[in-house]
Design a protein around this ligand. Structure first.
Ligand code: FAD
Length: 457
């Protein structure tokens, strides 16, 4: 008996319920990944994520080979390829992790239908991509949670299953054809400092994080120059790390830091459960505020200055440049740059979300779009009109200016917190900052425009 395991956002051999179930029911399994042009066409295949994915697929192949198997890679429509592989290998069953996005849910439905026509069975496994499956916990009087804290309270009470060990052996039928795995070096336009992908790297990072890092997370997660967060987001995004395992191991470690970390991982589940029931929030407001976002040449010029890290507000520019250099940005940077675009510049959150998705290695629809909406005040936050002042944010989260100096070379010679306000520097020092721009907007003007637009006065 044979079975196919379709890998999607779960590129690992540890804690992998679909692989475990397939191995229990069949002598031979086909671990399959399909590179689907529909993913590219939908705009999800940005270079940074493709490069990281190349690492993940190579590592998955290596992990399977260590166990006597290998990864089978196909290119084409996922449904057609899975169907073809199942026919070629006469596999009776196909196992896959439950998807959360509209895209994944539609694919699952089409797959179920196509396999059913051939007399084969699709088995969908939950708690693979998320720790708690979307829809598992719901409030009494509505279909989903729209407020995080009550969701978290319930989520925290859920008993998570024990993580599964990696299988000892994986037998793959010999004759199955596989495409070549694209090496990371073949991908063009990748951020120069992009992190490495793959399961081994994910496990190394998690262990190191739990050994030292997580303990101080509670106090240090907003320390921008300290860079004291886990950096596990791309691994959770590609599933080289199981969220169940990450949460279970952090809780086993215990302490305030681990609790705070687990709470953040819960945000991920929260966003997924929301997207699963309201797929439209990928592009539509969760709660409309009747915004009349700026459009036209002025707005586009402002958005471009923001994208390029040339707004004249050093902490905003530093974060935007970190994004371009690493394909990743500190959470505090994401918050303040998103607030700057949507509130100070009053540009549509979708413009910013698109740019983030083009670069973020952890970029995904649930967490990117819903965090953007949260900041823009069109999402699930309870303070939709709060505006983050980039100067106050900078002084609080980068008090000595080290984060700015790291990412904005024009300002590298300005000492201390003065780096946050280059327009206040003595003339000679200001001149030494090269072509670092003057602020593109006065904060008071931005605030007044926002308050007018939202009828707050
Ligand atoms: P840690 O602080 O170590 O947190 C641990 C894990 O918890 C993260 O790896 C992540 O999986 C999860 N997490 C933490 N904060 C959040 C959050 N606010 N929402 C959802 N999950 C969270 N995260 C993404 O994974 N993908 C995105 O596309 C994304 N886009 C964002 C866009 C904006 C405008 C904002 C404000 C936040 C966005 N985030 C996104 C959330 C958060 O910024 C990142 O998850 C975090 O910075 C990743 O770094 P880390 O792994 O070191 O996080």
């Amino acid at each position: 008996r044979r079975a196919v395991v379709l890998f999607t956002s779960d590129l690992r051999v540890h804690d992998h319920p679909p692989l475990r179930a397939a191995l229990e029911g069949a002598q031979e399994v086909v671990p399959l990944f399909v590179r689907d042009p529909a993913v590219d066409a939908a705009g999800f295949a940005a270079p940074n994520r493709r490069a990281f994915l190349a690492d993940c697929l190579a590592a998955l192949d290596a992990g399977l080979r260590e166990r006597g198997g290998r990864l089978v890679l196909r290119e084409g429509g996922t449904v057609a390829e899975v169907r073809a592989v199942a026919r070629e290998t006469e596999a009776a069953d196909v196992h896959v992790a439950a998807g959360c996005s509209g895209f994944a849910l539609r694919r699952e439905e089409r797959l179920r239908h196509a396999l059913g026509e051939d007399g084969r069975t699709l088995h969908v496994h939950d708690a693979v991509v998320t720790a708690v499956p979307p829809g598992r916990i719901t409030p009494q009087n509505s279909g989903h949670f729209a407020v995080f804290t009550p969701y978290f309270r319930r989520w925290r009470q859920e008993g998570l299953r024990d993580p599964l060990p990696a299988p000892r052996t994986v037998r793959v039928p010999e004759a199955v054809r596989s495409a070549r795995i694209e090496p990371r070096s073949a991908v063009r336009g990748v951020s120069p400092d992009l992190a490495a992908g793959g399961e081994e790297e994910a496990r190394r990072l998690l262990s190191a994080w739990l050994r030292r890092g997580v303990e101080a997370y509670d106090e240090r997660h907003d320390d921008m120059p300290g860079d004291a967060t886990s950096r596990l987001s791309p691994h959770l995004h590609f599933g080289t790390l199981s969220p169940v395992e990450a949460v279970r191991r952090a809780l086993a470690k215990g302490g305030d830091g681990a609790e705070a970390f687990v709470r953040q991982v819960c945000w991920r589940d929260f966003n997924y459960q929301l997207l699963a029931v309201r797929p439209a929030v990928a592009s539509a407001d969760y709660r409309t505020r009747q915004d009349r976002w700026r459009t036209g040449a002025g707005a586009e010029a402002d958005a471009e200055a923001w994208r390029q890290g040339r707004t004249g507000y050093p902490v905003v520019d530093a974060a935007m440049r970190q994004l371009r250099a690493e394909g990743w940005m500190h959470n505090r940077g994401r918050l303040l740059t998103a607030s700057f675009l949507t509130k100070t510049l009053y540009v549509d959150w979708r413009v910013g979300a698109r740019h983030f998705l083009d670069l973020l290695v952890d970029g995904d629809i649930a967490n990117n779009q819903l965090n953007w909406q949260w900041v823009a005040g069109t999402g699930t936050d309870s303070r939709p009109n709060r505006v983050l002042n980039p100067l106050l944010q900078a002084k609080r989260y980068d008090p000595d200016g080290d984060y700015v100096r790291r990412w904005v070379p024009e300002l590298a010679k300005v000492a201390g917190a003065a780096v946050h306000e280059p327009w206040k520097l003595p003339e000679r020092e200001r001149a030494a900052c090269g072509d670092y721009p003057e602020p593109i907007v006065q904060l008071a003007d931005g605030l007044a425009r926002f308050r007018r637009a939202r009828d707050l006065d």
